[in-house]
Design a binder for this molecule. Structure first.
Ligand code: GAR
Length: 225
């Protein structure tokens, strides 16, 4: 597996640690960033993972950059590529090159709130639930087939940063489960969308986790400290 990052890298670290804790036989072949200053690179190196920077600033256009990143990925030969806080709009060419092998995590309940500022936009619309989505990456920005989702309640006193902070632990629980389901063959991408070998989509554990979190919050544990 390879992981693409642009910044903090907390989802990358969560996936790597989750796989490691469970001793799953997954080889992390590369953590690549389009930004040399991405904090996540240090987290990857601290975990002994191979890292590489392909700085988008050094390329004339999106396609030239994507071709360079694809070359770097192909050299590492991953079966699955996770975009984890990879803040690049990828070209249709890149999506086609890695069809069925490219996942993204997005901080909203897609198909709502694709793009940026998802938490602020959800709050402005007055939604009562919010969440994160793991999906296959296609040429339609943030609209590829949905693999797994996690849900959090929205409280009247929430602000965008608070929502982001409450959602992040669920992202960290959701993404490794979704990736493991694909790597193990439990989830398969077909022309009709994801097919699951079993009654549950990956991330069901995360839904239970959200439910427990909600109960604790309603009991006042988290809302009132
Ligand atoms: C995460 O919340 C992820 O869902 C989001 O950026 C954050 C990255 O954090 N991704 C996007 O907005 C993609 N459009 P991380 O670098 O700590 O994993």
């Amino acid at each position: 597996m390879a992981i693409l990052i642009s910044g903090r890298g907390s989802n990358m670290a969560a996936v790597v640690d989750w796989l490691h804790e469970r001793r799953l036989p997954v080889e992390l072949v590369l953590v690549a960033s389009n930004r040399p200053e991405a904090e996540g690179l240090a987290l990857a190196r601290a975990r002994g993972l191979p890292t590489q920077v392909v700085d988008h600033a050094g390329y004339p256009d999106r396609l030239a950059f994507d071709q360079a990143m694809a070359q770097t990925l192909n050299d590492a030969q991953p079966d699955l590529i996770l975009m984890a806080g990879y803040m690049r709009i990828v070209t249709p060419w890149f999506c086609e090159t890695f069809t069925g092998r490219l996942l993204n995590i997005h901080p909203s309940l897609l198909p709502a709130y694709s793009g940026l500022r998802t938490h602020a936009r959800a709050l402005a619309d007055g939604v009562r639930v919010h969440g994160a989505t793991v999906h296959a990456v296609t040429a339609d920005l943030d609209q590829g087939p949905i693999l797994a989702q996690a849900v959090i309640p929205v409280y009247p006193q929430d602000d965008a940063q608070g929502l982001a902070d409450r959602l992040l632990p669920l992202e960290h629980a959701l993404y490794p489960q979704a990736a493991a389901a694909v790597l193990s063959g439990l989830a398969r991408l077909t022309p009709q969308g994801w097919q699951f070998d079993g009654p549950m989509a990956p991330g069901f554990e995360t839904l239970r986790f959200s439910q427990r979190l909600l109960h604790r919050e309603l009991a006042g544990d988290l809302v009132h400290g």
